[in-house]
Design a protein around this ligand. Structure first.
Ligand code: SIN
Ligand code: FE2
Length: 234
């Protein structure tokens, strides 16, 4: 069933049919992993664009709500809205928490991926940039701070590979891991939109790219539509 959904998206994305996407079987329907979706040239262009964003919106270390424990990764954002976390909670903000400036726009080279794979009639409002150091990880969580749950989450991996964990709609559900390489794109749509997922670890010396901006070992870009689009307007 997941495979059928993948093939639907793969056709839209211009991916040759017949490639085994090694879909995680534990994940609900609608989770697609588009392996090698971006060639090296596209990845390099994207890195340059991310470097420019980070010059304007420097990476910051988010804090866990309530406990105030720092995340092991750093973050920044592009787009009209940026996802942040601090002791007051998770939320979207129009401005960078340290500089007070609006987030830079989402570059066209990143928007292009959404256009090809999201199958959604409006553009993303947030591009969260996660910068992983060699020992950073991201605990099992759901992306659920968005009103537009009919829009998928589209996530792009750059740099070192990572062990991605994905499960079901309950934290206690069975989970499964799969490797995400630079250039892979994950789409969490349909029933998988609220699937629990996380990053267990970054795999060193696996990056096909020159050193990443911000000194990161791995960068993940997560595109999300936050607000429900107005009826009839794209
Ligand atoms: C996330 O869930 O926000 C990021 C996932 C990833 O780094 O691949
Ligand atoms: Fe996430």
């Amino acid at each position: 069933m997941s495979t059928r959904k993948h093939h639907l998206i793969a056709r839209y994305a211009g991916i040759p049919a017949g490639r085994d996407p090694q879909l995680p079987v534990a994940a609900p329907v609608g989770c697609s992993i588009l392996r090698s979706f971006l060639d090296l040239e596209a990845q390099r262009l994207m890195l340059t664009a991310v470097g420019r964003i980070l010059d304007l919106a420097p990476p910051f270390r988010p804090l866990m709500p309530v406990s105030g424990r720092p995340f092991s990764l750093k973050m920044s954002n592009a787009g009209p809205l940026g996802w942040i976390s601090d002791q007051s909670g998770y939320r979207y903000e129009e401005r960078h928490p340290a500089t007070g400036r609006h987030w830079p726009p989402i570059p066209e080279v990143i928007m292009e991926v959404w256009r090809k794979v999201a199958l959604y009639p409006a553009l993303p409002e947030a591009c969260l940039i996660n910068l992983y150091g060699p020992d950073a990880r991201l605990g099992l969580h759901q992306d659920r701070d968005e009103a537009a749950l009919a829009a998928p989450v589209v996530s792009i991996s750059l740099g070192n590979a990572a062990v991605f964990r994905i499960g079901g709609l309950q934290r206690s559900a069975q989970t499964q891991t799969t490797r995400l390489d630079s250039g892979d794109v994950v789409v969490l749509g349909g029933p998988s939109r609220l699937a629990f997922h996380g990053i267990d670890r970054v795999l060193g010396d696996t990056s096909p790219l020159p050193p990443l901006p911000g000194g990161a070992a791995r960068i993940n870009l997560t595109l999300r539509r936050v607000s429900e689009p107005a009826m009839g307007s794209p």
